[in-house]
Design a protein around this ligand. Structure first.
Ligand SMILES: Cc1cc2nc3c(=O)[nH]c(=O)nc-3n(C[C@H](O)[C@H](O)[C@H](O)COP(=O)(O)OP(=O)(O)OC[C@H]3O[C@@H](n4cnc5c(N)ncnc54)[C@H](O)[C@@H]3O)c2cc1C
Length: 410
């Protein structure tokens, strides 16, 4: 069967590898010159257990994240050696509450306890394994200011140690690109922008694309749309209407493969509100400060195509503002010092989610991320990845639907 996978982010890459390994004739399209150059490259890489979604009182987001986190490593182990994956993992995250957190400490404690409970159930299921399984389970509260002087005790009121970690996303992308290049039966078609997908009256779909300034159109029996912030535009060509309001946020952070920074960067998430995060992986440091890094927030089916100003001067300004913002809460982190400014690169991408207001609004739908997953209409499958954490899980779910359908057809 001839399958078109649209978008070579983590979701599309996992789909393409699995369907090609199952013997299907897979064409993986991306508008970029190489795979994994969108949000799946420019993100923080946290493999969410759901701790940050404390404002979803229903617990549905935490349950969704736990499901994805439990399968992230086992699913990627099909393509990358387990030891290599673990070697890309960060130190465990510390959760710190600034005094102007949107939620009180009691809500955070109750949520963390619930996540611990959900994880202990998930971890008993066969085929599950968190990225790092060497950490003590659950979370512990520790006194602010009594430790390493990392946080400003006037700004940060509560600190919790967790067993959550992140992965070095650029390194993961390098490994996956190498895997894509060697997978037999997979035809990579980069520098190719998908313009539309239409149902073919004779059966299957016709995919229209632009490559080398020329437009082409080809038939496919099955299509997987994994184009992230462009997904709903392509769905609309088939008459599929989004069920809610969509918000596209273009967000940047700082990344560095300077081992001197990586080695001394703690992994910290500030909850709950428009604050920031830092990540320390063995060979990479990452830092983001929401007020500086949120460059665009747009509501609609697709984001404004106008280019975002990321000139060298603007990048430097963003890096300086990110480091300065994080220092207000975490003055003890030497990797965030002004003297490190030249050692960071700006990285980022779109975060597409259901919502009609920003994260500073405690009532925003952005505090939830459970209405995500695979939407299938015949042999057309559209993946709302939701989070990097969920990409391998939803890719596997899309592949299961395709392979079951193919088995019924054979
Ligand atoms: C700054 C930032 C931090 C984040 N942090 C985290 C985190 O810590 N943990 C977490 O779980 N999630 C995080 N996320 C979210 C996460 O990055 C995304 O949910 C995930 O990477 C989406 O994967 P994807 O494969 O669906 O999309 P992408 O990786 O964006 O892939 C989509 C691909 O489609 C291609 N494409 C788009 N349109 C077309 C077209 N018309 N024709 C051809 N190709 C097209 C793009 O070039 C791209 O390669 C973060 C996101 C950002 C931006």
């Amino acid at each position: 069967m001839r399958v078109a996978v649209l978008g070579a982010g983590l979701a599309g890459t996992c789909v393409a590898l699995e369907l090609a390994a199952a013997g299907l004739d897979v064409h993986l399209f991306d508008r970029a010159p190489q795979a994994l150059s969108g949000a799946s490259l420019g993100n923080e890489g946290k493999i969410h257990l759901g701790l940050v979604y404390a404002n979803d009182a229903s617990g549905r987001t935490a349950r969704t994240m736990v499901r994805g986190a439990a399968r992230f490593r086992p699913l990627l182990e099909r393509w990358i050696d387990a030891a290599d994956l673990v070697a890309m993992a960060s130190t465990p995250f510390v959760y710190a509450m600034p005094r102007d957190s949107l939620l009180p400490p009691a809500r955070i404690r109750a949520h963390f306890a619930e996540v611990g409970r959900l994880w202990s159930i998930a971890a008993r299921q066969p085929g599950t394994r968190y990225l790092r399984d060497d950490l003590p389970p659950g979370w512990r509260e520790r006194r602010v200011g009594g430790d390493d002087g990392l946080f400003d005790a006037r700004e940060v009121t509560h600190v919790f140690e967790s067993n959550e970690c992140a992965i070095d996303t650029p390194m993961l992308c390098v490994r996956l690109r190498a895997r894509l290049a060697t997978e037999p039966g997979l035809i990579a078609r980069y520098d190719t922008t998908i313009e539309a997908v239409h149902a073919d009256p004779r059966g299957g779909y016709r995919v229209r694309f632009r490559h080398d300034d020329a437009t082409g159109e080809e038939p496919f029996a099955c299509v997987v749309n994994a184009t992230w912030e462009q997904r709903l535009v392509l769905d609309a060509g088939l008459g599929l209407v989004p069920p809610g309001n969509v918000v596209h946020r273009y967000k940047v952070g700082l990344t560095s493969d300077d081992l001197g920074l990586a080695g001394r960067m703690p992994s910290v998430t500030f909850v709950l509100g428009p604050f920031g995060d830092t990540v320390g992986c063995p060979a990479r440091a990452y830092a983001s400060w929401y007020p500086a890094g949120l460059l665009r927030q747009e509501f609609g089916v697709a984001p404004d195509p106008a280019p975002i100003d990321l000139s060298p001067a603007r990048r430097r300004e963003l890096a300086a503002a990110t480091l300065a913002g994080l220092r207000t809460l975490m003055p003890g982190a030497t990797a965030l010092g002004e003297d490190t400014l030249d050692r960071w690169q700006v990285t980022g991408g779109y975060i597409t989610a259901w919502g009609r207001s920003g994260i500073e609004d405690a009532a925003s739908e952005l505090h939830e991320r459970h209405a995500v997953g695979v939407h299938s209409d015949g042999a057309y499958h559209s993946i709302d990845t939701g989070k990097f954490t969920l990409a391998p899980l939803f890719a596997a779910e899309a592949c299961a639907r395709i392979l079951q359908r193919e088995a019924r057809r054979a």
